[in-house]
Design a protein around this ligand. Sequence first.
Ligand SMILES: O=P(O)(O)OC[C@H]1O[C@H](O[C@H]2O[C@H](CO)[C@@H](O)[C@H](O)[C@H]2O)[C@H](O)[C@@H](O)[C@@H]1O
Length: 280
Amino acid sequence: MTLIEPTSPAGEAGLSAIRKNPARAVAAFDFDGTLAPIVADPEQARAHPGVVPALARLAPRLAAVVVVTGRPAATAVEYAGFAGAPGLEHLTVLGHYGLERWDAATGELGAPAEHPGVAALRAELPGLLATAPQGVWLEDKGRALAVHTRRAAEPDVALAALDAPLRAAAARHGLAVEPGRMVLELRPPGMDKGVALTAFLRERDAGSVLFAGDDLGDLAAYDAVDALRASAGLDALLVCSAPTTGEPPVRALADRADLIVPGPEGVVALINALADALGA
Ligand SMILES: O=P(O)(O)OC[C@H]1O[C@H](O[C@H]2O[C@H](CO)[C@@H](O)[C@H](O)[C@H]2O)[C@H](O)[C@@H](O)[C@@H]1O
């Protein structure tokens, strides 16, 4: 059996609260890099095969399980195989950093109207990327546009070169820039994983939370959890899913985590260990 061993007193308190009162605990997970291994082509990303069975064991023991992702909610649902999965009848997926919401209980997808800046930028981007290095790829996510450099010969160099022009273009159209692993995403402002997770925890009257993430976009959720620890006495276990691609972990996340696990495989082991501890 895998042991769960937080490296901080706050993390130990978080784990203890989840174990003592699972009916008031929420488990929240990022998708790419946390539930799904990082791959070169975002369209080929799929959840680790152990994710659905592990979450199906854990979910019935907790107040809620939620996936908080930069992906469109429907994409995360499809790539994870969540729809209709036994045991996950009450799963929620908050997509586009919380702009979208999918509930397994109803199968419905809720989302606001598209930000007009996205359509304007969509028209402009091909020109802007015409001189970008080979391998730079535009992911059209509908409500947001993500420029990926992972498949360029020098991904970091390409990302650095694109940073200023993409930030200027985003500003022209009232969009925010979300940096991530070899990606710069241009998306509507005003929502992030911290805002989304805080609202969800309030909705479920959570007494404790486990949040697992791997990338810069997850820092907002870390910030929100830390703020709730300080202001509302929320007990929490912050987990960092460390990359298994050879890339360094996001230091700002790893330095603040109560527990670091080796990628999606480690996250699956953690979920199963928690399920074991809760008698699932
Ligand atoms: O919030 P997340 O669930 O972590 O989504 C963030 C972004 O993830 C995806 O990009 C990342 O994963 C790709 C597939 O493994 C990888 O090729 C890329 O380098 C990573 O940045 C996704 O494509 C983006 O739309 C998400 O915003």
